[in-house]
Design a protein. Structure first.
Length: 376
C-alpha cells in the first residue's frame, strides 16, 4: 500500500529513494560548479596572477549564483532521478521527456557551450598576440609598458567574452523554451537609459583606451595636458593623474584631453637662450657656448645622459636689452632640465672669466613660466 498517494505512484523503497536523492544532489552540484566556473571568467580578479573571480565582491556573487543554481537544478533533476531508480513521482519532469530533450535540445546546448568556449579561447590567443605586438613595436618595453599592454589586452578580452557568453546565454534560454524577448527588450531599454546617462563616462573610457593603445603618454613622463604640467603618476581608462612641481595632484578626464604635450618621450632637448649686450662679439659668445657644451659632455656625471653635441643655433632675437642666442643639447628623456641648469652654471662662470656682459635692468624680477618649464 502506498502511504503517500499524492506524491509517489507506489510505495517507495527508501534505499533507492536515498540513492536517487544523492545522485540528484551530486548532479545538481556538479552542473552548478561547471556553470559557476565558466561565469567566473567574466568577473574581475584581485590581481592578474590570481584565479578568475578572486575579487571579494566577485566571490560573494559566485556563492549566491552557485546556491541558486543548485536549488533550481535540484527541483528539475530530482523527479527524473527518482524515476531512474524506480521511485517515480506523480508530478515533475519525466525521464522520457528529459531524454527526448537531451537528444535534441541538449546536444544543441552542448554545441552552443562548446562554440562559446572555442570563441573565447580564440579571443584569448588573439589578445595575447596583440599584446606581444604592442610590446615588440616599442623600442624599450618598460615594466609600465607591460602593465599598460596587459590592461588593454584584458579590456579587449573581457569585453569580447561578455558579448560571446551573453549571446550564448540567450541561445541556451531559447533552447530551454524560455521566452527571451521580454529580457532583450528590458536590456535594450536599460542600455538606452545608461547610454544617455553615461555619455561622459563612455567618452572618457574610449578616449583612455586609445591613449593607452597609441602610447602617447606613459607613467613617469612629464607632460602638459590642457595647459596643466606635471609628472604623470597614473594612466587609467577614465583619468590621467598629474603631480606638478608644488606637489599638487591634477586629475584630468581622458575625454576632456584636447592638447597633450609630452616633454619626455624618447628624447628631449636642453634648450637655453642667452642674452648679451649689443657690444659683445656674438661669435665669441657662440664659441663659449660650444666650449661649455663640450665640457659638460665630457663630464662623467652628464656624459651618459647627453646624446649629441651642443648645437648653437645662432641669434634668436634682437631685443631691447640685448642679443639673444639659442643653443640646445639632445638628452635622454627627463634629463633636459638637469643639463640646462648645469649649462647656466658653467656659462655664468665662463662669461665672468672672459668679461662677457649680460644686460642688467633695474626692474624687479617677475616670475614666469616658459615653455618646457620643469614640471617635475
Amino acid at each position: 500500500m502506498n502511504p503517500w498517494p499524492a506524491l509517489f505512484e507506489h510505495a517507495p523503497n527508501w534505499g533507492a529513494f536515498g540513492t536517487a536523492i544523492a545522485f540528484a544532489i551530486v548532479l545538481a552540484w556538479g552542473t552548478a560548479e561547471a556553470i559557476t566556473w565558466g561565469f567566473s571568467h567574466l568577473l574581475p580578479r584581485r590581481s592578474p596572477t590570481e584565479r578568475p573571480g578572486s575579487h571579494p565582491q566577485a566571490r560573494r556573487l559566485l556563492r549566491f549564483i552557485r546556491l541558486l543554481l543548485i536549488l533550481a537544478l535540484l527541483l528539475v533533476v530530482t523527479p527524473p532521478a527518482l524515476e531512474l531508480f524506480g521511485q517515480p513521482l506523480r508530478g515533475g519532469l519525466r525521464l522520457e521527456a528529459l531524454g527526448r530533450w537531451a537528444i535534441a535540445g541538449g546536444l544543441r546546448v552542448l554545441f552552443i557551450v562548446a562554440l562559446a568556449a572555442v570563441l573565447a579561447r580564440i579571443v584569448g590567443i588573439t589578445t595575447k598576440r596583440f599584446q606581444e605586438y604592442l610590446i615588440v613595436s616599442e623600442s624599450r618595453a618598460s615594466a609600465e609598458q607591460l602593465k599598460r599592454t596587459a590592461t588593454v589586452g584584458n579590456l579587449i578580452q573581457n569585453v569580447a567574452r561578455v558579448f560571446i557568453f551573453a549571446a550564448a546565454a540567450v541561445m541556451i534560454l531559447n533552447e530551454l523554451h524560455i521566452d527571451t524577448q521580454p529580457l532583450l527588450a528590458s536590456a535594450g531599454i536599460v542600455g538606452l537609459g545608461l547610454g544617455f546617462g553615461a555619455q561622459t563616462l563612455v567618452k572618457d573610457v574610449i578616449s583612455g583606451f586609445f591613449l593607452i593603445v597609441d602610447n602617447l603618454v606613459r607613467v613617469g613622463d612629464t607632460a602638459e595636458i590642457n595647459g596643466i604640467g606635471g609628472l604623470v603618476e597614473a594612466i587609467n581608462l577614465r583619468t590621467i593623474v598629474l603631480r606638478d612641481y608644488r606637489g599638487a595632484v591634477h586629475v584630468v578626464p581622458c575625454g576632456s584631453v584636447t592638447t597633450l604635450t609630452n616633454l619626455t618621450k624618447d628624447y628631449a632637448y636642453a634648450v637655453l637662450d642667452v642674452t648679451v649686450v649689443y657690444s659683445t662679439n656674438t661669435d665669441e659668445v657662440a664659441d663659449v657656448l660650444r666650449e661649455v657644451g663640450d665640457a659638460i659632455r665630457e663630464d662623467a656625471t652628464f656624459a651618459p645622459v647627453i646624446l649629441e653635441p651642443i648645437e648653437v643655433l645662432g641669434i634668436e632675437r634682437l631685443g631691447d636689452l640685448g642679443i639673444t642666442l639659442r643653443s640646445r643639447m639632445k638628452t635622454l628623456p627627463a634629463q633636459q632640465w638637469n643639463v640646462t641648469r648645469e649649462m647656466r652654471r658653467r656659462i655664468k662662470q665662463a662669461f665672468d672669466a672672459k668679461g662677457i656682459n649680460v644686460p642688467v635692468t633695474n626692474a624687479p624680477p617677475v616670475a614666469s613660466t616658459a615653455p618646457g618649464t620643469d614640471h617635475r
